[in-house]
Write a protein that binds this ligand. Structure first.
Ligand SMILES: [Fe+2]
Ligand SMILES: [Fe+2]
Length: 274
């Protein structure tokens, strides 16, 4: 394979459109579905940094100048971060493989004010499959007829692995309640993918089947939301304090008389304050 640096090659979904398809996207990234039949190779292609979830695992041989390269086995259900760069992949196993990957743009999107993670409100429904400083790959499982508690997200990308219907109650903050006047009923089916906006909501599994979602979401930087909430809560006090301190400062010293220290010279120049 020709030696290429990250960003110099063709994206997977353009090089091998039969094997790689963009199934949804938002400002933060593209969710790509990849299926590679046993014994087949894709075309050489390039990736941005991507976070992968293995739907159907197997063994691949990766032709690349950099790691990861060589024969690798990826078990079903694994989630992993892959570095940017070009490569070519051959499925050297006996079964077809199927992967999901979010190729990131570098844009993380806004953080909701007073963020409350579903990982903390409903740890029995939500779990982290992989995480680094900026992103996590999560899994949500919810039994039919149940619902979670008010929580918030950044913009995220969702893949439905199981389920038939969700009802989403949007809200303004963590005190919101699920109501019937403002709701969004979403019919889903396995294989469906969709972007979800930032903000608060409650999710109910209003279908007949248990639901399983895989989602990719930039992490909320807790120190940013803490700083913002402090500023919002105490801005009047902070302004009063600053005004008081400024008013207590001594007055400016009198400007020196320039004529006395820089008298008019023979060329007619005088000093002046700029
Ligand atoms: Fe690839
Ligand atoms: Fe949610």
């Amino acid at each position: 394979m020709a030696k290429l640096k990250p960003g110099q090659g063709i994206p997977s979904y353009e090089a091998s459109p039969d094997e790689y398809k963009v199934i949804c996207e938002n400002m933060t990234g593209k969710l790509v579905h990849m299926r590679l039949k046993a014994g087949e190779s894709d075309k050489p292609h390039d990736h941005a940094t991507h976070y992968m979830y293995v739907l159907k695992g197997g063994t691949v041989d990766i032709d690349s100048e950099t790691e990861p390269k060589g024969v690798k086995t990826l078990p079903s259900g694994a989630a992993v971060k892959m570095p940017p760069g070009p490569h070519q992949v051959t499925n050297v196993g006996k079964e077809d493989i199927e992967m999901l990957m979010v190729e990131v743009t570098g844009e993380l999107g806004p953080s909701p004010e007073g963020h409350v993670s579903p990982l903390s409100t409903d740890p029995k429904c939500y779990e982290v499959m992989f995480e680094d400083e900026d992103w996590f790959v999560g899994k949500m499982t919810m039994k039919a007829g149940t619902q979670d508690h008010a929580h918030s997200h950044r913009h995220h990308l969702i893949y439905a692995a199981a389920g038939d219907q969700l009802t989403i109650y949007p809200g303004e903050d963590a005190n919101m309640q699920a109501g019937s006047d403002k709701k969004l009923v979403v019919d889903i089916k396995p294989g469906m993918a969709f972007p979800a906006p930032d903000g608060f909501h409650i999710v109910a599994n209003s279908g007949k089947q248990d639901c399983k979602l895989i989602f990719w979401e930039p992490k909320v930087k807790q120190y940013v939301t803490l700083f913002r909430s402090i500023v919002r809560k105490y801005w009047f006090g902070a302004c009063t304090l600053i005004f008081t301190l400024v008013s207590l400062l001594p007055p400016n010293p009198a400007k020196p008389d320039l004529q006395s220290i820089w008298p008019e010279n023979g060329l007619g120049m005088t000093g002046s304050w700029i």
